[in-house]
Design a protein around this ligand. Structure first.
Ligand code: HAM
Length: 514
């Protein structure tokens, strides 16, 4: 086969340089016997190459469209490419580390009860606000999370190449997946969308109190509403959640600002728009690194000394009146913030929120109002955060739709509840414990359990022949309301013995009356 005909068989992906493909291809074609590095899929007229060639190619994908091109899908259709070696077989018996990987958690029953309680409250609040639940895969295309602005989240990505040579990542957040789904559904969606999700996210973080390598996030997002009413509604929902779990405005507050504040300053100094995301990311580090370093970074990003001075001045502002004096009345920043504070008053949560120009947030895609929930004692990291991201969809090749939302993690809030002594007591509770008093009556006990479960009652069925002392102990551990004893004489009469465990009251009742 000539090089020309070989190249005519190639289906090139967007952004892929021909010589990337042709060089190893020609080497392989000239050595047919060593063609193990080149697989031809005749049905699709497509060449599949093995690494190290493909990782370089797939990293070139700059949009979701290219990352999901048909050729990419085809690559995986032949099953495992063998690109990655399987894990080595462990021949000998090996003692394993029984701890979960660093930064991750097991959820034994008591932890799971707490998690379920938290998620139940997340879901209940979302329902109260009329939101619909959605979910996305934990594993996504890496391209979805790779933004140029230098965000910390990018360096924290758990990413790898799968066996089909695709660059994939464990999601560090839910927003890009939501944007992807909105683009995918396109015009079939009727706006506004009010969607919520509760999902696990992965970030290779430095571990501090409330920051882990895996955490769950509750997100609520409103897609299709350009007005600040959307942000006001979202903050209202978080406050509703706080109140439900016993947190008050003296425990927690929200710092609110708008990225339009920075935008207006940058425009005044003719800083190019493309720099906006990058500047925000640099400024967001203001509490973590010395101000001089921030200034240096801004300078090397191309921001003039005058603009840097004005930015620094604006960031220290804590009152809207002062902000208005500096920015003047031309832009939308002050107007948006004023409207938000006025709505907060109508919703009845003014005491929870305050303006703070230093709130910028560490994600590049925010374009308008941004907010963060913080503990007033200042002991913990941000409890939650969100904002408006009206231009995220176009960065993925879709049409922009105004959007805003927030993420609320499961870790900091638990720390706060512990601090405040507000962790709920969540013990296991099973309504009935059913026990056969004779091994021959195990089947009868099973019948009793089935009748009760059919009526919607929970039953812990004692599955072995155990002494009554053991059964009582277990009943206490599971907080059972009733102990149901299946004994021969009662069973022969179609009855069982019932003991109300709280009062000690005891009687025999017919099966139909259970
Ligand atoms: P974020 O500020 O990166 O925003 O994360 C939101 C919240 O997730 C944080 O305030 C915190 O509660 C929790 N969180 C983040 N990282 C960790 C971690 N390593 N360990 C424990 N908890 C963590 C976002 O993720 C945006 N996507 C939120 C959003 C939704 N904006 C619009 N819609």
């Amino acid at each position: 086969m000539s090089a020309a005909s070989a190249s005519s068989l190639l289906i090139l992906q967007p952004g892929l340089k021909l010589n990337h493909f042709l060089k190893p291809l020609l080497v392989s074609l000239s050595q047919p016997s060593s063609s193990s590095s080149l697989l031809v899929n005749p049905a699709r007229r497509f060449f599949v190459t093995k690494p190290p060639l493909l990782p370089a190619i797939s990293r070139k994908h700059s949009s979701i469209v290219s990352a999901q091109s048909p050729s990419d899908n085809d690559r995986g259709s032949g099953g495992r490419s063998g690109a990655l070696a399987p894990p080595p077989l462990v021949e000998d018996l090996q003692k394993i580390d029984v701890n979960p990987p660093k930064g991750t958690r097991d959820f034994p029953p008591e932890e799971m009860r707490l998690r379920n309680w938290l998620f139940h409250n997340f879901r209940e609040v979302s329902r109260l606000f009329g939101f619909e639940e959605v979910d996305f895969p934990v594993l996504e295309s890496e391209a979805l999370f790779v933004r140029k602005a230098g965000e910390e989240i990018r360096d924290q990505l758990y990413c790898f190449e799968d066996r089909g040579n695709r660059r994939v990542a464990l999601r560090p957040e839910l927003t890009p997946s939501l944007a992807r789904l909105v683009i995918q559904k396109g015009k079939s969606l009727s706006l506004p969308l009010k969607w919520f999700a509760v999902g696990q996210c992965w970030r290779y973080e430095r571990m501090t109190r409330g920051r882990r390598r895996e955490h769950y996030q509750w997100n609520m997002d409103i897609i299709g509403v350009p007005e600040v009413t959307a942000e006001a509604e979202l903050i209202s929902s978080i406050i509703t959640f706080f109140k439900r779990i016993g947190i008050t405005a003296s425990d927690v507050g929200f710092k609110v600002s708008s990225r339009k504040v920075l935008q207006e300053v940058l425009m005044r100094y003719s800083v190019p728009e493309e720099l906006f995301g990058k500047v925000c990311i640099i400024i967001d580090k203001i509490e973590k690194i010395p101000v001089d370093d921030i200034k240096k970074e801004l300078k090397s990003a191309g921001v003039s000394a005058e603009a840097i001075e004005q930015l620094m001045q604006v960031l220290s502002i804590k009152s809207l009146t002062e902000l208005e004096e500096i920015l003047g009345g031309t832009g939308n920043a002050v107007a948006d913030l004023k409207q938000l504070f006025s709505l907060a008053d109508k919703f009845g949560y003014s005491e929870w929120i305050q303006f703070d120009a230093s709130i910028v947030r560490g994600l590049a895609y925010y374009t308008g109002i941004v907010f963060e929930g913080f503990d007033r004692e200042g002991k913990l990291r941000a409890i939650c955060g969100g904002g408006r991201y009206d231009r995220l969809l176009s960065t993925f090749g879709g049409d922009d739709i105004p959007a805003c939302g927030f993420g609320f993690g499961d870790a900091v809030i638990v720390e706060l509840l512990k601090e405040k002594g507000l962790l709920p007591e969540l013990s296991l509770q099973v309504e009935n414990i059913v026990c056969a008093l004779d091994p021959d009556l195990q089947g009868a006990a099973a019948t009793v359990a089935t009748i009760l479960r059919g009526k919607g009652q929970s039953v812990d069925l004692v599955l072995e022949n155990k002494p009554l002392k053991w059964v009582f102990k277990r009943a206490a551990r599971i907080n059972a309301n009733r102990l149901i004893l299946v004994g021969i004489s009662e069973w022969q009469k179609g009855m069982v013995g019932v003991k109300i465990l709280s009062s000690g009251e005891q009687h025999e009742i017919k099966l139909e009356q259970l």
